[in-house]
Design a protein around this ligand. Structure first.
Ligand code: IVH
Length: 700
């Protein structure tokens, strides 16, 4: 017999740990630090080790995975696991087609006297939810205890994957509250994108195989015979329906009510769901989710519409293993299979040769994709992409299409050779200069510098870009011509172009030539920060350029700065300092600067400040989502003017996260780390304070 106080302690620990699990994995709102959680967990493990009679199937220690299996046992589904009909029309019209079908069926039922007309009155109430992209599973709870988990299989018979499912922390081992005698919960096991990336990052570091995408990650993990392997994969779960139910006294009468009840039992239910009255509201849900698809944090392949009333669902019934009361309305696929026809390189501003896969055209993410970036040699090696390979290409949102992975079994025979940038391009394809790969760099670079037309073009485009000299109208088509016709060799030549020369270029009328000439003229009055950024010094981005301008105040002070002077600037480290010194040690760079000044490029100079005195001095902020009135650029400028710094990602060092509409993972991360979150009003108040403070200084 276990002593009562030991049993009481074990029970208390189990309850507390499961509460933290629920807060962390289901509610996404952790309640205690990781270290504290670990301490509780280890205490429970020790108790159970000392008292084997304490063993219990719903103990959180039982999630780590038991012995590997020989194979999966079969599980017969008492209530079959059906699939959903897919509406092929991907526009809003799909919602109307589904509604028309439901109403037609209901009309037939009313006319044949099998349904009360009052129940079939439009608008029909629907429930709209997401179509998760993972693996369907059925969880069987008996008197609240998780006793079995199964895959869908052919819908009638699946596989027993209980051991693996127990490793998913979001799935309760015991339901909260008064649980029915039998409750089968149907839902999707999936992998969050950030977890997928983190997992692959770890695998990459360990030189181990990578997961192709989150869906394969989820499906593959659950089919692992060794539950310890599944336990290492960070899976999640969303409940979306029911299987067999026995003895549920106050069972809800709607699907939405069912999901609410499942959430109350402690099961994860996705918050992105809505009651929709009629097809217009379904279509609006479809469009709203599509717009936010890439910021959800996990993959979906569409939305699902379901008739909300369970009585109507029962009346509508099934046809060929698909319910008449549900439909999946898909979005264009973000991944597709295609073939690599060639591998080319592109030469960038810093001379990096970026390998690009030329693809057999394929429709993905709503557009036809013909090429995808391969980043660098390491990436090609890691993915082992070769010409002729069949690959998975992914295009999500506006991001550049990427090669996700190859299908080794489809590689042509005999095998095509490995691709090596340096072998294919010992010299730059644009200027013929030597190509090198420095020891500590991933990139392979052309050594031609501004002699290389590709680098010159990119340098000019950068020089003219909006956040640099802001020469409106000087885009890539014009830059191509200016460089190819030898009209412009360096940025300084831009200021020698006259309207007549510009008007003689292709696609240039007199009016647009005059506009461009005016934009070139207007760009002469600039700021030191823009000018430094426009020079395109390696490792000097916009933020560093601003810091340098603020610190030194005058260009000559920057040009003559010693290494130590440079290292005194906020966020300037040895690599940046060296790059700046190298840049200004190059006579032709000094010559370009000189000629730009002679051409009339000017900026106000100051004595420089060592420390920014603004209200946000030393503070790091992260912007996320859409703010009601400020654009990103304006918000950033104002924060920086107050001495603050804008970073791209949230970390422990972040002081504030400014969140607008549709803020996604960064906001979640901020909550996780307990970073102060501001809305636009709060940000403006902080900035206004700052302006008041400055004003006061002036008055004194
Ligand atoms: S309901 C009777 N709801 O889609 C209807 N399924 O073809 C049963 N799926 O592999 C399914 N998200 O795993 C339903 N919100 C959702 C879903 C969903 C994803 C998957 C399901 C199955 C397939 C159905």
């Amino acid at each position: 017999m276990v002593a009562p106080e030991v049993l009481a302690r074990a029970t208390a620990l189990r309850q507390e740990i499961e509460q933290h699990n629920h807060a962390y994995y289901v509610l996404d709102a952790p309640t205690i630090p990781d270290a504290e959680y670990d301490r509780l967990f280890r205490e429970l493990q020790a108790l159970e080790a000392d008292h084997p009679e304490l063993a219990a199937p719903d103990s959180p220690t039982q999630r780590v995975g038991g012995k590997p299996l020989e194979g999966f046992a079969k599980v017969r589904h008492v209530v079959p696991m059906l699939s959903i009909r897919t509406e092929t029309d991907t526009t809003a019209a799909g919602a109307h087609a589904f509604d028309a079908l439901v109403r037609k069926k209901l009309d037939q039922l009313v006319r044949s006297g099998r349904l009360d007309a009052a129940l079939a009155m439009p608008p029909i109430i629907y429930h709209a939810e997401l179509k998760f992209d993972g693996l369907a599973v059925s969880l069987r709870y008996e008197r609240g205890l998780l006793v079995q988990a199964a895959t869908r299989g052919d819908g009638e018979t699946g596989e027993d994957v209980t051991q693996n499912i127990r490793t998913i922390h979001a799935i309760p081992l015991r339901l909260k509250g008064e649980a029915p005698a039998v409750l089968e919960v149907r839902g999707e096991a999936y992998m969050r994108r950030a977890d997928f990336e983190r997992y692959n990052e770890m695998q990459r570091a360990a030189g181990k195989p990578l997961l192709v995408n989150p869906r394969n990650g989820a499906a593959g993990s659950i089919r692992q015979l060794d539950p310890k392997l599944c336990a290492q994969r960070p899976l999640a779960f969303f409940a979306y329906g029911l299987g067999e139910v026995q003895g549920w006294t106050d069972q809800p009468e709607t699907h939405s009510g069912t999901l609410d009840a499942l959430a109350a039992f402690g099961l994860p239910v996705c918050a992105e769901r809505a009651i929709c009255r009629g097809p217009d509201e379904l279509a609006a849900f479809h469009d709203a989710i599509e717009a936010r698809r890439n910021s959800l944090g996990f993959d979906i392949d569409g939305v699902v519409y379901k008739v909300d009333s369970l009585a109507l669902q029962a009346a509508l019934g099934f046809a060929s293993r698909e319910p008449n009361w549900a439909v999946a309305h898909k979005y264009p696929a973000q991944e597709a299979l295609t073939v690599v026809e060639a591998i080319d390189v592109q030469v960038g501003r810093t001379g990096a040769l970026t390998p690009v896969a030329r693809l057999k055209p394929v429709f993905v993410g709503g557009v036809t994709v013909t090429s995808a970036t391969l980043h660098n040699q390491d990436e090609i090696d890691r993915k082992d992409v070769r010409v002729g390979d069949t690959i998975i290409v992914r295009r999500a949102g506006d991001v550049i299409p990427e090669v996700v992975g190859i299908l080794p079994e489809r590689r042509p025979q005999p095998e095509p050779p490995r691709y090596r940038i340096l072998d294919s391009h010992p010299v730059c394809p644009v200027c013929g200069s030597h190509v090198v790969r420095l020891d500590d760099e991933a990139a392979v670079r052309c050594t031609g510098g501004l002699y290389c037309a590709a680098q010159r073009k990119q340098a000019l485009l950068h020089f003219a870009s909006r956040r640099a000299m802001d020469i409106e109208g000087l885009g890539d088509k014009l830059v191509d011509q200016l460089v190819e016709r030898s009209l412009v060799h360096s940025p300084a030549d831009v200021y020698r172009l006259d309207p007549a020369t510009l008007a003689a270029l292709d696609r240039m009328g007199e009016k647009s030539a005059a506009n461009l000439a005016a934009a070139i003229e207007a760009s002469k009055a600039t700021t030191l920060a823009r000018f430094i950024y426009a020079l395109g010094i390696r490792h000097v981005g916009e933020t560093t350029a601003k810091d340098l301008a603020r610190h030194f105040g005058r260009l000559d002070a920057l040009i003559t700065a010693s290494r130590d002077d440079l290292l005194a600037v906020r966020d300037v480290g040895p690599i940046v300092a060296e790059s700046i010194q190298q840049f200004f040690a190059e006579p032709h760079n000094l010559d370009v600067v000189q000629r730009l000044r002679e051409a009339g490029v000017t900026w106000p100079e100051t004595a420089g400040v060592q420390q920014s005195a603004g209200k946000l001095a030393g503070k790091t902020l992260v912007l996320t989502g859409t703010l009601p009135t400020l654009t990103r650029d304006v918000a950033r400028d104002r924060i920086e003017a107050a001495g603050g710094k804008v970073a791209g990602s949230v970390s422990k060092k972040t002081d504030y996260v400014v969140a607008g509409a549709e803020a996604g993972s960064k906001l979640a991360r901020a909550r996780e780390l307990g970073v102060t979150i501001l809305d636009e009003t709060a940000l403006l108040a902080l900035l206004a304070d700052d302006q008041v403070a400055e004003q006061k200084n002036i008055d004194f």
